[in-house]
Design a protein around this ligand. Structure first.
Ligand SMILES: NC(=O)c1ccc[n+]([C@@H]2O[C@H](COP(=O)([O-])OP(=O)(O)OC[C@H]3O[C@@H](n4cnc5c(N)ncnc54)[C@H](OP(=O)(O)O)[C@@H]3O)[C@@H](O)[C@H]2O)c1
Length: 289
């Protein structure tokens, strides 16, 4: 298949580039080569390259900043997926859209299933939910894959921030009353490949959830990062009320993974195992000249 990947310089896009194999023809783009808000450019890209599938890794991901820039977040997270969906429909191509646990309200006490009602609490969550809705409404072949707490060895993320703080602080405070599950971008990239391989060019209109296995708080996560990263920094538990943020965060946003496991038959690694692999990768990067 001829596969277009958008937002390829981000966390997920970078991991897809690492594992992309020669069974497909890949076209990796980011905003400097293909702005997904530019309808004419998207159409030209699909026509010129006979695109058969598009993995949309491009997004506005600055959750707090989105509260001050709702129009820009809406443009990138909702309007652009609509452009991609309409273009996919026209070219009979598959759209893989990445979405988020933030589409849910966050007050559940058991993992969110794919069909549970959404109730986003932030601008970021609302714009991603609108992107999902517009894709579903377009009628194009699509797979929407919701993920959460994404991290990798590139870009800005919680793991890299904690490791940096571990080098510079004796103690830090991290919220202990928000529960979710982290996702190593590498594991998500592998799952997306499995979905592509399983489905091929068949018609599909499905939503999936993918994170690593387990459920933890940000405090648990930070503590594990310090332990595995060999940092001496003490991690104190605090409440959400003690750490105000512009965008409201879900108290509980664990995603139920049963649908994707049944669909592609994959074993999903536990969060701690994948965290250790990512930290190992970061350590290897550090020792390289
Ligand atoms: N990060 C998380 O914790 C998290 C959690 C749940 C779901 N997700 C979802 O997972 C997906 C991948 O996230 P990620 O963390 O890999 O994102 P990321 O690292 O922020 O990468 C997004 C990429 O998209 C690019 N981009 C922005 N606007 C664009 C446009 N108009 N046209 C083309 N490219 C554009 C960005 O470029 P610039 O950097 O130059 O803007 C960046 O390279 C996103 O859909 C996100 O919503 C992420």
């Amino acid at each position: 298949m001829n596969i277009l990947v958008t937002g390829c310089k981000g966390q997920l896009g970078t991991e897809l580039q690492k594992i992309a194999d020669t069974r497909h023809h890949w076209l990796f783009t980011d905003v400097d080569t293909l702005d997904i808000c530019n309808k004419a450019a998207v159409e030209a890209c699909f026509s010129n390259n006979r695109i058969e599938a598009c993995i949309n890794c491009a997004a506005y991901t600055a959750v707090d900043k989105a509260e001050d820039e709702p129009e820009l977040a809406e443009k990138i997270n909702a309007y652009a997926p609509q452009v991609l969906a309409e273009t996919c429909l026209k070219h009979n191509a598959l759209l893989m859209q990445i979405s988020t646990d933030y589409v849910f309200g966050g007050n559940a006490d058991e993992p969110y299933k794919v069909d549970d009602p959404i109730n986003p609490q932030s601008v970021y969550g609302s714009t991603k939910a609108e992107g999902e809705r517009l894709i579903q409404k377009s009628g194009c072949n699509h797979m929407i894959v919701r993920t959460a707490w994404l991290y990798s060895s590139v870009g800005k993320n919680f793991v890299k921030t904690m490791l940096m703080l571990g080098d510079t602080k004796e103690e830090i405070n991290v919220v202990a009353d928000q529960k979710g599950c982290p996702t190593w971008a590498h594991d998500l990239a592998v799952a997306l490949m499995a979905l592509l391989d399983k489905n091929g060019k068949q018609p599909v209109h499905e939503t999936f959830h993918f994170t690593n296995e387990g459920q933890i708080t940000w405090h648990n996560f930070a503590t594990a990062i310090m332990e595995i990263g060999g940092k001496q920094c003490k991690v104190n538990p605090i409440t959400t009320g003690q750490y105000p943020t512009k965008a409201k965060r879900p108290a509980y946003s664990v995603l139920d993974l049963s649908k994707i496991k049944a669909y592609v038959g994959i074993e999903i690694p536990d969060w701690r195992e994948s965290l250790a692999k990512c930290i190992e990768e970061l350590n290897l990067k550090e020792v390289k000249p």
